[in-house]
Design a protein around this ligand. Structure first.
Ligand code: XMP
Length: 516
């Protein structure tokens, strides 16, 4: 891995909302990048031998007491630096410039004009739309720096010292509203830092296989396979690396969507040839959940029983030393906001809190990857698109989408309605892209209807479809009305027990994505 990571970019985080996006953008360009809190130990950052540094934005003002400062080692570094927004101000302040509050704040779209040629702006239009978000501005340039671009409100929208290869930009090239942002980042990586494009799915797979073999030796590895993207790609990588010595346990808790349990067995055992133990625990879960309608109690009951069922199977695998987990980079990333917190281990709902007699060493081959990279690795490993592009699905599954007390009949009703909704979305091209999470929710509410001249009194179904990048906030998807009409008509005609369909038009906040 060192080889793959060496010569990449260190992103220094000053607390911006878009820090992770900077790292994702550089990786999309084929250059490895890692995020470090601004006060991370310099040795940790330098260990990766970065070819350059990108300083993120942040909410502070550099002249405020206690504001995060440029890590001092950077001033002595020979590697190029690109400061973005607060990062530029921190760089300018530390290099002898002056930063002041601006009379005109700039939030949102702006236009910058190139003022002089530089490798950073090479090939960019003279004028280009960018995204700004700042209240401070540079009042005096540091020695050696020149203005490279300006905007109506920022005479120093971009600055640079070409000889020391240090640059600052007031706008955010990582967001899509900055039209030429990708080109500018590409210029920084390849024309300023001299990076190589070596961070690819194929290179990652070769490297990960090697690392797994070194870690595991001749031993066997256990994996809890859920059918979700992270565990699926972890499984496929391990299977490539150690074949039969990977033992996957898949617990069917009866809360999965239509045909999902069958698909997991078919794909992983039959098509991929993996060593898969499928445990049918549907009855046990249904009886444990009987009469429970409180959402948290549903979660706890499922989580606890899952650990019990998984542990029982795991104990049968004597002498197993390793447990693989689908931990990904956002689970372990250290941000400026919590820079004192130790990196955490993902507490999967399904393997969290294993009993003391089951102690494993963890194998986490995707620890360095963002979700979109995990999907690309999955594709390169030959996993089917339905798995690789699967929308997130909560661990407790349909239990928290079947509101109120559960029964097999109600779950089957929900499964049938959900399958109609998702198949229509897929046909319209809105499942893989266009919506981030789309599903049906069965409400514990009956309403009056009229079907075939007869009065009916049946349950209500809600459709939920959201757009979001990070699942922390979300907006309801503006689905085409014709699509909603078709889905509604099909559900009331094809699914017994539902006579009314509603569409949830609430954003998060104030609502959550799930209903329970
Ligand atoms: P909310 O409903 O909090 O959901 O807006 C945000 C994201 O988290 C998922 N989610 C869960 N995932 N176990 C999970 O594994 C859970 O108990 C759980 N609850 C919510 C939800 O599907 C969405 O992607």
């Amino acid at each position: 891995m060192q080889g793959l990571k060496r010569g990449g970019i260190a992103v220094i985080d000053f607390g911006s909302q878009t820090t992770q996006l900077i790292a994702r953008r550089t990786r999309e360009l084929g250059v490895y990048s890692a995020v470090f809190a601004h006060d991370a130990a310099p040795e940790r950052i330098q260990r990766q031998q970065p070819a350059g540094y990108i300083l993120s934005g942040g909410p502070s003002s550099v002249y405020e007491a206690g504001a995060p400062a440029l890590p001092p080692f950077l001033l002595d570094s020979a590697a190029p630096i690109l400061g973005i927004c607060y990062g530029m101000q921190a760089l300018a302040a530390a290099s002898g410039g002056r930063v002041r509050p601006s009379h005109e704040r700039e939030y949102g779209p702006a236009t910058i004009r190139c003022e002089s040629s530089s490798p950073l702006f090479d090939g960019l239009a003279v004028e280009s739309p960018v995204w700004m978000s700042h209240g401070d501005r540079i009042a005096a340039l540091p020695p050696g720096f020149a203005a490279l671009a300006s905007s109506d409100n920022s005479p120093f929208a971009a600055i640079g010292d070409l000889s020391s290869r240090r640059y600052g930009i007031q706008f955010h090239p990582e967001v899509q509203h900055s039209r030429d942002g990708r080109k500018l980042l590409s210029n920084f990586l390849f024309k300023v830092c001299g990076c190589e494009r070596k961070w690819t799915a194929a290179a990652f797979i070769d490297d990960a296989i090697e690392r797994i073999r070194v870690q595991v030796g001749d031993e066997r590895v256990l994996l809890a396979l859920s059918g979700g993207v992270d565990s699926a790609v972890t499984g496929a990588l391990l299977h490539r690396a150690i074949g039969e010595r990977l033992v996957c346990i898949f617990v069917d808790h009866g809360m999965l969507r239509q045909n999902e349990a069958e698909a997991v067995t078919r794909v992983f055992r039959d098509e991929q040839g993996m060593n898969l133990i499928a445990v049918n625990a549907v009855e046990a879960f249904l009886s444990a959940l009987q009469g429970i309608s409180d959402p948290e109690e549903k979660r706890k009951t499922i989580g606890k029983l899952f650990v019990d069922v998984f542990s029982e199977e795991a104990r049968k695998q004597r002498g197993m030393r390793f447990l693989a987990q689908g931990t990904i980079y956002p689970d372990v990333i250290e941000s400026a906001a919590d820079s004192k917190a130790a990196t955490t281990i993902k507490s999967h709902h399904n393997v969290g809190g294993l009993p003391a007699d089951l102690r494993f060493e963890l194998v986490e081959p995707l620890r360095d990857c963002f979700k979109d990279e995990v999907r690309r690795i999955g594709e390169a490993l030959g996993l089917p698109a339905a798995i690789v592009w699967r929308q997130p699905f909560p661990g407790p599954g349909l239990a928290i989408r079947c509101l109120g007390a559960l029964s097999w009949e109600r779950l089957e009703t929900l499964r049938a309605a959900d399958a109609i909704f998702t198949s229509e979305l897929a046909a319209a091209g809105l499942l893989r892209a266009g919506t981030a999470q789309s599903f049906a929710v069965l409400l514990p509410v009956k309403s009056v209807g009229v079907q075939g001249d007869k009065r009916s009194y049946e349950e209500v179904l809600a459709l939920r479809s959201v757009t979001t990048d990070d699942f922390m906030t979300a907006d309801w998807a503006r689905l085409p009305l014709e699509l909603l009409a078709r889905v509604s008509a099909r559900i009331v005609n094809e699914v017994a027990g539902i006579n009314r369909v509603t569409y949830d038009i609430t954003s998060k906040p104030p609502a959550t994505i799930e209903w329970e």
